[in-house]
Design a protein around this ligand. Structure first.
Ligand SMILES: Nc1ncnc2c1ncn2[C@@H]1O[C@H](COP(=O)(O)OP(=O)(O)OP(=O)(O)O)[C@@H](O)[C@H]1O
Ligand SMILES: [Mg+2]
Length: 276
């Protein structure tokens, strides 16, 4: 391998969002079914009090709030089936909400299509099927920029700086890459839209611990450029370790919300969600 260690296999997901500066306060309420939500004011991106489900089916999300501030990393964790991916879809406009609103940089975007959200600076990397396997790496990145009318070469160079292995393999079919490399393609493709918010649903699924650490380092780098990161992660402990803010979801509801460090230090959270 090259010095870039993304080498496991797995799909990617990607999504990006837009804008603002957030100063939400966290009010963790630590009991049973209690909720813990950030204040709406000042969040760059917030899906607030979201209630809804798929089609005519029962509600999956119940009064669920997810938010991220400018340039920060927010991580959603919780058991399988908790509604983490559903919450991401709701924020990206892929779910009809019965209640609640999504705001980006202070603007209500609840009624916008996912495509319109991309145009407003949101990018989303979904949990699965997040790359075009029969296109080359370079073509995948170009697809990411299809909405742009300006010169995309500079952005592609930035993606290659972030993920050097993709430059080496730019003429290869994305489907031939390792899982970790595919995740890099998916994240890179999302970055090609020059998003203000990058939404990632389990970006490290199926990759080795080393590859996971490396990918987290790259995600931190992205956040330092001012892009907000909203990410679902099954590697909860490690993800909360790099999170400015963490959301623990259970059965479509907010269970705990706090800084990543506070959640990691909370005995109840540790016992129930982090394996002790
Ligand atoms: N497309 C869909 N249509 C109908 N129900 C769905 C759909 N996708 C998910 N669900 C249901 O919504 C609930 C939440 O699923 P979701 O995928 O959001 O959970 P998750 O927290 O992302 O789980 P995982 O950790 O396994 O990825 C589950 O009961 C699931 O069966
Ligand atoms: Mg999921």
């Amino acid at each position: 391998m090259t010095r870039n260690p993304y080498q496991d296999d797995r799909g990617n997901k990607d999504r990006t969002i837009t804008n603002v500066k957030g100063m939400g306060t966290l009010d963790p309420i630590r009991d049973g079914a209690a909720t813990a939500k950030p204040a709406a004011n000042g969040q760059f991106l917030i899906g607030e009090d979201m209630t809804g489900g798929y089609g005519m089916g029962a509600d999956i999300l119940h009064d669920c709030t997810i938010a991220v501030e400018k340039g920060e990393i927010a991580v959603i964790v919780g058991p399988n089936g908790a509604g983490k991916s559903t919450a991401m879809r709701a924020v990206f406009g892929m779910l009809n909400l019965r209640q609640g609103a999504v705001r980006l940089d202070g603007h209500d975007i609840t009624g916008l299509t996912p495509q319109a959200r991309v145009a407003h600076g949101m990018a989303f990397v979904p949990q699965t099927s997040n790359i075009f396997t029969s296109l080359t790496v370079e073509e995948n990145l170009e697809m990411g920029a299809f909405l742009r009318r300006d010169d995309i070469d500079r952005t592609m160079e930035q993606v290659f700086e972030l993920f050097p292995v993709l430059k080496d393999k730019r003429r290869q079919m994305a489907g031939e890459l390792s899982g970790g490399q595919r995740q890099q393609v998916a994240v890179g493709r999302a970055l090609m839209t020059e998003p203000q918010v990058l939404m990632l649903d389990e970006p490290t699924a199926g990759v080795s611990p080393i590859v996971m650490d490396e990918l987290f380092d790259r995600i931190i780098e992205v956040a330092r450029t001012g892009i907000s990161i909203l990410m679902v992660e099954q590697n909860a402990r490690q993800a909360l370790g790099i999170a400015d803010k963490g959301f623990v979801l259970v059965q479509g509801r907010n269970r705990y919300t706090d800084t990543g460090q506070a959640l990691l230090a909370d005995p109840e959270v540790r016992r129930s969600f982090l394996g002790g």
